[in-house]
Design a protein around this ligand. Structure first.
Ligand code: ADP
Length: 479
């Protein structure tokens, strides 16, 4: 089976969120799960991608609606990668999507249409040595691949994975003919979305099968509250058995406390001494008082409304009053960055904030803290809570999407059955979070119970092997 993953990010070369982690891990896991699977990735030639892919050779050069491009072919960690080399479109430093002032690039419609178009061409013989049989497109950036394939009479099967419904990839419909989408695709039963074109909807409508990254999210998005206006279409696809939720995994070569080469001291379930050393390192590094007594909370996140961190801001006085500490690593909305910075100034002995993106620091935080906070309003899958489980850093989450699927609350029954792995709350306000925080402090005062919950958390198996097999089975069933 020849599988082409189409996406805009690849960990560790270019990452703005969980999408990159998935694409960095899934192709490798698929090859391990089935040695006959030929798995390749197609990416835009952003600077970090062009620099990071080895052994590049030219496949072809061609003129497209988006100008003259060169298709390159290389290799990354044993996986073959196609890169669209088009400096006029992709040679921009920083975020792949917007400029330094957070303004989306005005030619995004063309930059990502080209990604989908080349994917379709790779199913039509653009590379005479290899033709994709399954095109697996990820998020709105790659959604048009499914539309182009449909327009060309489906030369390959298409699977579209929604990593986040909140980003619809909306553009002006006047671009349609320029990007060579047939005019009759612009309709409600097509890629039209309230007078615009949505690349996300293109993926959802035209793919042979739609997946999203957790079973609960696959249900949630069929309802108006979480479907961002596309719930009816998603409901329809689900009723035909064409929408499924497949939970993301954890790349254990990167995220495992026994193997992690970034953290201060490795540890494992049988010997947690290393975790205490990581806590001391983290407190020292973040200029917090070094103490084992305070529970150390952590946030590693994009700082946006989605992540429910405004509730954390409101709950800060209560964390501080009870003697907790908090480390925040993140970037995003300016007002939220400022609010966390302000809180760190107000409570320097309790709160430390690092604004920015720092992969190594995120490992130190996951290893060194006691609780990782993810009170998201919605969360398609979430990876940070999975890392927390693996490292015995108990996740505190709102019961939504993948968070609901992966964390088991510390209720008395669950504690008794030794299956609790974290703290789960259901409400939609600061009070609900506050109640969950009270439970954290209550459990913290019972170290034996805390250790028991850590044990259950670290025993969870969210390896990619399972996930890779589920996708492979899905492709096979589509043939
Ligand atoms: P999303 O994709 O919505 O941002 P996920 O939890 O699925 O959320 O994935 C986020 C990924 O990005 C995780 O691997 C998390 O550790 C990482 N991450 C988020 N913010 C930062 C940051 N500021 N520095 C380092 N890693 C971060």
């Amino acid at each position: 089976m020849k599988i082409l993953h189409v996406c805009a990010e690849l960990f560790p070369l270019l990452k703005t969120g969980g999408l990159a982690d998935v694409v960095g891990a899934l192709p490798k896991a698929q090859v391990l799960a089935d040695s006959t699977a030929e798995v390749r990735i197609l990416l835009p030639g952003f600077p970090n991608i062009l620099q990071g892919i080895n052994d590049q050779v030219k496949v072809t050069e061609l003129d497209t609606f988006a100008g003259h491009i060169t298709l390159l072919f290389g290799n990354f960690q044993g996986i073959h990668v196609y890169i669209i080399d088009a400096p006029h479109l992709y040679n921009r430093q920083g975020s792949p999507y917007h400029d330094e002032f957070m303004n989306d690039y005005t030619d995004n419609y063309k930059r990502f249409a080209l990604l989908g178009w080349i994917a379709c061409e790779l199913a039509c013989g653009l590379d005479s040595f290899w033709r994709a049989e399954v095109v697996h497109a990820h998020d709105w950036h790659a959604g048009l691949a499914c539309a182009y394939l449909s327009a060309r009479g489906k030369p390959a099967l298409s699977v579209f994975t929604i990593h986040n419904m909140a980003y619809p990839g909306l553009f002006n419909s006047k671009h349609l003919s320029e990007i060579q989408i047939p005019a009759d695709f612009y309709q409600m039963r097509g890629l039209e979305f309230y007078g615009q074109i949505s690349y996300l909807k293109a993926g959802i409508f035209y793919a042979d099968h739609v997946t999203t990254v957790s079973p609960t999210y696959a249900t949630e998005i069929t309802f108006p509250e979480s479907g961002f206006g596309m719930h009816a279409l998603l409901q329809e696809r689900r009723s035909h058995g064409q929408l499924t939720g497949i939970l993301n995994g954890v790349d254990e070569t990167i995220w495992h406390p026994r193997l992690d080469h970034i953290i201060t001291a490795n540890y494992h379930m049988g010997n947690m001494k290393g975790k205490a050393l990581n806590k001391t390192y983290l407190q020292t590094r973040m200029h917090l008082p070094v103490t084992a007594k305070s529970p150390l909370f952590a946030v590693i996140s994009r700082l946006t409304e989605q992540k429910g961190l405004d509730w954390v801001l409101s709950a800060l006085p209560s964390i501080v009053e009870k003697g907790g500490q908090l480390v925040v690593l993140g970037s995003g909305d300016i007002w939220m960055q400022d609010a966390f910075k302000h809180a760190a100034q107000q409570y320097p002995k309790h709160i430390a904030v690092h604004i920015g993106y720092d992969d190594a620091l995120s490992h130190h935080i996951i290893a060194g803290s006691d609780v990782v906070l993810m009170p998201s309003r919605f969360e398609p899958c979430g990876l940070t809570q999975l890392y927390g489980l693996k490292y015995g850093t108990l996740p505190l989450v709102r019961s939504t999407g993948g968070l609901a699927d992966t964390v088991i609350d510390c209720t008395l029954e669950n504690l008794n059955d030794k299956i609790a792995t974290g703290f789960v709350f259901h409400g939609f306000d600061t009070q609900a979070l506050d109640n969950a925080l009270r439970r954290v402090f209550a459990l913290w005062s019972h170290p034996k119970d805390w250790a028991c919950v850590q044990n259950a958390a670290m025993r969870q198996d969210y390896s990619w092997h399972n996930t890779a097999n589920q996708y492979l089975t899905l492709y096979r069933n589509l043939f």
